[in-house]
Design a protein around this ligand. Structure first.
Ligand SMILES: *Cc1c(COP(=O)(O)O)cnc(C)c1O
Length: 244
């Protein structure tokens, strides 16, 4: 079989995207929420820039990536075809030595989980503002650990207030809200209910931190029920990723 043409690929992506949008609309309505309050972040990691270009033609304006080098290369190719402003979001773990590079291209980072990483992004965002690589603050979502396991990434509940303060105190970072991923083996309802409670507590001290990044291909309905404002969907739109 010959590889799919761009037309064939567009049809596949269009069909899957429509199905995901329908799921999102239905989930929002079932939760008594306005569907326009839940943003779709299409996760293009492992897929080529050409897919992002097709998805942009199909109305997607936000893309999620999880590795700095892959993202930088892809965005450069994407920009050869698309002039319009789109948002690129970093959703994967970031090593501190990559924060400067991420600050060049990221509208939002979903995976801020330590004070040292805040400092690295603070420096990186400041440098990117100085050179004109970015024009506005870097929006930071704090990734929380729902099971308290510090090894797997995410800030534990007791450390969350200090981390939020550190981001809020920065002139070049903007505290956007929280991000969470259900721990392996957990019921999504339990995970997202807990995440929602942590977000409610954060909002008491930081009323502008309204974003809640929660929900992926397999569990977005549960996340929307518990207040997600941004679902990160890869597989359901782009298909299965090749095994790394
Ligand atoms: C890859 C990834 C996603 C997308 O997951 P799918 O199950 O493919 O929708 C969402 N969030 C994070 C943090 C990811 O790394």
């Amino acid at each position: 079989m010959s590889p799919p043409t761009s037309e064939e690929r567009r049809d596949v992506l269009a069909g899957r995207l429509a199905a995901v949008r329908e799921r999102l609309d239905a989930a929002a309505r079932a939760a008594g929420r306005d569907p326009s309050d839940v943003a779709l972040l299409t996760v293009t990691k492992f897929f080529p820039a050409s897919d992002a270009v097709l998805l942009h033609e199909l109305g997607c304006e936000r893309f999620g990536e999880s590795r700095e080098q892959e993202a930088s290369a892809k965005i450069a190719v994407f920009r050869e075809s698309v002039d319009a402003p789109v948002e690129w979001h970093m959703i994967g773990r970031v090593q501190r030595n990559k924060a400067r590079a991420v600050a060049r291209w990221a509208h939002t980072v979903h995976s801020v989980d330590s004070l040292r990483l805040v400092q690295a992004f603070e420096k990186g965002a400041r440098a990117a503002l100085d050179t004109g690589e970015r024009t506005g603050p870097l929006r930071a979502l704090l990734q929380v650990s729902l099971d308290g396991d510090r090894e797997r990434g995410g800030v534990v509940a007791e450390d969350l207030p200090a981390l939020a303060e550190a981001v809020a105190a920065s002139e070049v970072l903007e505290l956007g809200g929280l991000m969470g991923v259900p721990p392996l083996g957990w019921e999504p309802e339990r995970a997202f209910e807990q995440l929602h409670a942590m977000h409610a507590r954060l909002l008491q001290d930081h009323p502008a931190a309204v974003e809640l990044s929660a929900g992926m291909s397999g569990d977005l309905e549960h996340a929307v029920r518990w207040g997600s404002t941004c679902v990160r969907v890869g597989t359901a739109v782009l298909g299965y990723r090749p095994l790394a």
